[in-house]
Structure formats: structure tokens, C-alpha cells
Design a protein. Structure first.
Length: 223
């Protein structure tokens, strides 16, 4: 898929309710893989095809998740695509157009839907045994900050993390606070309760930042 699409008038109408939720969740999940070097070839109500960073083709049918599946993003996308049948035809087409345009324009996805944010999604960059669930949850919070908000995470430790935010010249310290209203808060909280895996997480974040392929339009401040 090339990335030269432009939004046209019909694609800019306000989306509400279920179609808006589905658009956001589909794009968030797909863009996590794109940020790791995957290439979306096609998608629709029947399923989708995507090539991983090694060039291998994955074709996933649109099937609802009956529970018990591994938390794998490409399978999750198939489950979300299965929900398109619940929408009126015009809304269904609008969701597909908006997701396609966002992929082509490399738009930032921002915060995950709450149901997606709590999932320990498998890391597409890891071959073989996956890190533990707490590392995976923290990793996806971290790469949301780097890939969608344009942050550079410079240090990760048991008390929180440090990051250079867009427009800043030096790192800001982010520590656990009351409440978890932002992605930064979530990451800081997860680091304080992580049992001995901070070094592994730091290495994964560092490796991703060093190999990020896509330059996005950052959303800016803490989210």
C-alpha cells in the first residue's frame, strides 16, 4: 500500500457512536503493526492481509473473538472487521475509507480504547517466547508515546521514566501520580509495579526507537 491518499469531502463527515469507536480501534490496532514495519495490503468486511517486517504474508479472516484467543494484534483486527456487519452500509464504507486514509497519511492513533489498553498484546518484533504480560502492557504504552506523540524516551526505571517531549530540549521526569488519566501516567504506574523486568522493557523500547521506520505527525503534550 502506498501512502499518498488524501481525504476527500465524503470522508470528512462526522462519525459518531459505533462507527467512530470501530474506526478508532481498527486504526489503532493496524497502526501498531505498521509502526513495526508491517505493510497492510488489503482489508474489508471479509478480513485482511498484511505482510510482516520479514515479508511474510498473513491473511486473517473476519471472525468474532469467542474468547480464549492469544492477544495477537492481527487476529484482533480480524475480530474488529467482523463487527462491520453490524453497521449500515454507508457507515461501513465510511469506516473503511477513514481507516484507509489514516494509514496512507500515517496519522497518529493516540490513546488506545480502554478494552485494548489493558491487553498484553504480543510484540511483533519478538521471535519466539514473548515477554511477560506486564512488560507487554508497558511496552505498548511506551511506543504509543514514541510513535503517536513524538516523544523520545531516554530512561526507564522502577520509579517511572524520563522523556524528551516535542519542542523540549531536555528530558522531563514522569513519575507515578494519583489516577491514570494519560498514557504517560499508565506507563509510570506500570513501571512501579513491575517485578524485575524493567531492564528487559528498557531494551525493547530502545530497540524500537532505534529502528522506527515511520515518521508521524506528533500529537504533542502528555496524553
Amino acid at each position: 500500500m502506498t501512502h499518498t491518499a488524501q481525504l476527500i469531502d465524503g470522508d470528512c463527515r462526522a462519525a459518531t457512536g459505533e462507527s467512530n469507536r470501530l474506526t478508532d480501534r481498527l486504526y489503532w490496532a493496524m497502526s501498531r503493526l505498521v509502526n513495526h514495519g508491517w505493510l497492510v495490503e488489503q482489508f474489508g468486511p471479509d478480513g485482511w492481509s498484511v505482510r510482516d517486517e520479514r515479508g511474510r504474508l498473513h491473511t486473517v479472516r473476519a471472525e468474532r473473538d469467542g474468547g480464549g484467543r492469544q492477544p495477537v494484534l492481527e487476529v484482533h483486527v480480524g475480530g474488529l472487521l467482523a463487527e462491520l456487519v453490524n453497521l449500515p452500509p454507508d457507515d461501513r464504507a465510511a469506516v473503511l475509507r477513514q481507516v484507509d486514509a489514516s494509514l496512507r497519511l500515517h496519522m497518529p492513533a493516540g490513546r488506545a480504547h480502554p478494552d485494548d489498553a489493558i491487553q498484553p498484546w504480543h510484540l511483533p518484533s519478538v521471535v519466539g517466547e514473548q515477554p511477560c504480560a506486564e512488560v507487554r502492557r508497558a511496552y505498548w504504552s511506551a511506543v504509543t508515546l514514541t510513535d503517536d506523540y513524538g516523544w523520545q524516551i531516554t530512561d526507564v526505571h522502577a520509579e517511572g521514566f524520563d522523556a524528551v517531549t516535542p519542542g523540549a530540549t531536555s528530558p522531563t521526569a514522569f513519575r507515578r501520580r494519583r489516577g491514570m488519566g494519560t498514557t504517560a501516567d499508565t506507563l509510570a504506574h506500570l513501571l512501579t509495579v513491575m517485578s524485575g523486568h524493567v531492564a528487559q522493557l528498557a531494551a525493547l523500547i530502545s530497540a524500537h526507537q532505534a529502528t522506527t521506520r515511520t515518521i508521524r505527525l506528533p500529537l504533542g503534550g502528555p496524553r
